[in-house]
Design a protein. Structure first.
Length: 308
C-alpha cells in the first residue's frame, strides 16, 4: 500500500516595525490572494521588530476594507528568534528591519518586499519616515498610507509568482512540484542534510548537470552551518568522482548573490561534466593590470574583512 507523502506548506513571515501597517497589509493581502486562487499550501504570518500594544491606524483598516480585506481582528506580534527559525522565508518591508534582525538575532536570511517583487533593494517607508512631522500633515499622511496599502495589494500577485526563486528546490524536495516540463525530481545521492539531483539544463555535448543542495534553504553559501557545508562538499566529491568515470573532468560553480548570476535563492552547487573540445565556456574575463602596491593593498583589505 502506497502512503501519500504529506506535503509541507510554505511558511512566510512579513516583518515591519510595529506590525500595524506594512507587514500587516502584506500578510492580509497575500492571504486574500491565496484564498481567491484556492492555494492550500502556504501559511502567512506577520510580526514587528518593536511591536507593542498600539492601535492599528484606521486609514489602513479602511483601505484594506475597500479592497475587500477585513483585518479588524489583527493582533500585533513582536518578532522572536523562534519566528525566524520557524518560517521558510522572512520578508522585511524596509532596510532597517533587515539590519535590526541581523544585529539582534544574528540572522542573515531576510529579503526585502521590493526585492522579491522587482529585484530592487528598496524600502517601503513608514509614514513618519516618508512624511516628517506627519502628525501636522494629516491629509498627506492619509494619502501616503492609502497609496502604500494599494501598492502592496497591487504587487502581491507578482510577489507570489516570484516566490519560486526562494521555494523551488524546497518544492522539489517536498513533492509539491516536478521539474520543468513535468520532468521528475530524482535524487541521485542523499545525506541527512543534502540532496543531489540532475538538472534538465544539460550542456549540448555532455550528459549531465548535477545540482547539490542543502535540504534547508540558505540563500547564501556563507550562511550555511559548518556541518551542513561539510556534507555538501562531501556530496560534491562523491558526484564528481562518479562523473570522472565517463568524462575527462568537471567544473564546480556556485553563484552567490544576484550580481554573480544567482537566480534561485537556495544556495547550490552546479557540477558540470567536461570533455576536451566540448565548446562549454564557463567564464571568460579580462584581467585588469595591477601594480604590486595595488595587489598588496587588495590583499590587506580582504584580510581585514575576514578578521572582522
Amino acid at each position: 500500500m502506497n502512503v501519500k507523502k504529506e506535503i509541507k506548506p510554505r511558511k512566510i513571515l512579513f516583518v515591519c516595525t510595529g506590525n500595524i501597517f506594512r507587514s500587516l497589509s502584506a500578510k492580509y493581502c497575500l492571504e486574500d490572494y491565496i484564498r481567491k486562487n484556492n492555494i492550500k499550501d502556504t501559511i502567512v504570518d506577520s510580526a514587528g521588530t518593536i511591536a507593542g500594544k498600539e492601535a492599528i491606524n484606521p486609514i489602513v483598516l479602511s483601505e484594506l476594507n475597500a479592497l475587500g480585506i477585513d483585518s479588524s481582528k489583527h493582533v500585533q506580534k513582536k518578532l522572536s528568534k523562534k519566528d525566524l527559525e520557524d518560517n521558510d522565508l522572512v520578508i522585511v518591508m524596509a532596510k532597517d528591519h533587515l539590519n535590526f534582525i541581523n544585529k539582534n538575532f544574528n540572522f542573515d536570511e531576510t529579503v526585502l518586499f521590493n526585492e522579491v517583487v522587482t529585484g530592487d533593494k528598496t524600502s517601503i517607508l513608514d509614514v513618519n519616515e516618508a512624511i516628517p512631522d506627519w502628525h501636522s500633515h494629516e491629509r498627506r499622511s492619509e494619502r501616503y498610507l492609502r497609496r502604500a496599502v494599494r501598492y502592496i495589494y497591487k504587487k502581491t500577485p507578482r510577489l507570489y509568482k516570484n516566490l519560486d526563486r526562494y521555494f523551488l528546490f524546497l518544492d522539489f524536495i517536498n513533492g509539491r512540484k516536478t521539474q520543468k516540463y513535468g520532468f521528475p525530481f530524482m535524487p541521485l545521492h542523499e545525506t541527512k542534510n543534502t540532496v543531489s539531483f540532475m538538472s534538465i539544463a544539460i550542456p549540448q555535448k555532455e550528459d549531465g548537470h548535477i545540482l547539490v543542495i542543502p535540504k534547508k534553504r540558505y540563500s547564501h553559501l556563507d550562511n550555511i552551518p559548518k556541518d551542513v557545508l561539510s556534507e555538501l562538499i562531501s556530496s560534491v566529491a562523491i558526484i564528481g568522482k562518479a562523473i570522472r568515470k565517463t568524462c575527462g573532468g568537471y567544473n564546480i560553480i556556485v553563484n552567490n548573490g544576484s550580481d554573480a548570476g544567482q537566480y534561485i535563492f537556495h544556495s547550490h552547487f552546479h557540477i558540470i561534466p567536461r570533455n576536451k573540445n566540448d565548446d562549454i565556456k564557463i567564464e571568460i574575463w579580462k584581467n585588469k593590470k595591477l601594480t604590486q602596491d595595488k595587489f598588496v593593498s587588495l590583499n590587506k583589505k580582504i584580510k581585514e574583512i575576514i578578521k572582522r
